[in-house]
Write a protein that binds this ligand. Structure first.
Ligand code: UDP
Length: 245
């Protein structure tokens, strides 16, 4: 069944969300816009939205197939996907296989230090406060989530991390770290909400390098003007599509 785009509910830095005729379903549109460093750096890369839509669809589709429930339902066209309507838990979950970015800045850790087992972090999703690092206790104190929800989120995030790392490694790509967001999904007629993976899994929200050459294939290309973003993202999608056979 096809769903038509209704009223725009939300516009973020890289995506827009629209209502459909079904209150449980939304249409997600991926934009070509990019921001970095708390949106102090902005840009556009033609075709980026379509690549991110395809990458997220492929990875979330794989997770759905493994019964790790995500908000992704199906691709609509180049820049649009049909997704479940969730209430986002205002927590950003980060999984790290190597130390980079804010972890190194925060603690003076040398970039590249291997995190084994993978490091699990949560941050309060709040742009004004610059998404500060928090603990489960602080999250519960603030009423962001319950301990049960946090346990579910941690288990799902580590499972997802393991799966994504394997998918990428199979294509000669090293996943160094990434960010996830979860939502509460309560379809009409159900008495309780359940935690599912929401938002996106794209090179905008992951650190990825070619395992052989070390070439960057993620948003750092834009953050640090390290090369052609479109070319890196396209290479990544091509490799993922090859893995999907
Ligand atoms: N990340 C993200 N959105 C955020 C913060 C982080 O997608 O608001 C991703 C980021 O792209 C990287 C990982 O989460 O893949 C870890 O980011 P980090 O905390 O090191 O911050 P960064 O230095 O990348 O801003």
């Amino acid at each position: 069944m096809s769903h038509s785009k209704g009223e725009m509910l939300y516009e973020g830095k890289a995506k827009r969300l629209y209502r459909t005729d079904d209150p449980d379903l939304l249409i997600m549109e991926y934009k070509d816009d990019l921001t970095a460093f708390d949106a102090t750096k902005r840009g556009t890369s033609l075709g980026k939205g379509a690549i991110n839509n395809a990458v997220s669809a492929l990875l979330m589709g794989r997770l759905n197939d493994m019964h790790v429930e995500t908000s992704f339902l199906n691709l609509i066209d180049a820049n649009h996907s049909l997704v479940r309507n969730v209430k986002i838990v205002p927590i950003e979950v980060i999984i790290r296989f190597e130390a980079h970015g804010s972890l190194c800045r925060r603690y003076g850790i040398e970039p590249g230090l291997v995190c084994d087992p993978p490091l699990y972090e949560i941050c309060y999703k709040n742009d004004d406060l610059h998404d500060p690092f928090i603990t489960d206790q602080i999250a519960v104190l603030m009423g962001l989530a319950t301990y049960d929800e946090l346990a579910k989120i941690k288990y799902m995030a580590l499972t997802i991390g393991h799966t994504l790392r394997e998918i990428y490694l199979g294509q000669g790509i090293k996943l160094l770290d990434f960010k996830l967001e979860f939502g509460r999904y309560q379809p009409a007629g159900e008495s309780e909400a359940r935690i599912i993976l929401a938002d996106e899994i794209t090179p905008d929200t992951c650190r990825l390098v070619d395992a052989q050459t070390g070439e960057k294939l993620d948003k750092d290309l834009f953050r640090f003007d390290m090369g052609d973003l479109g070319e890196g993202y396209r290479k990544l999608l091509d490799k993922l599509q090859a893995s999907a056979g």
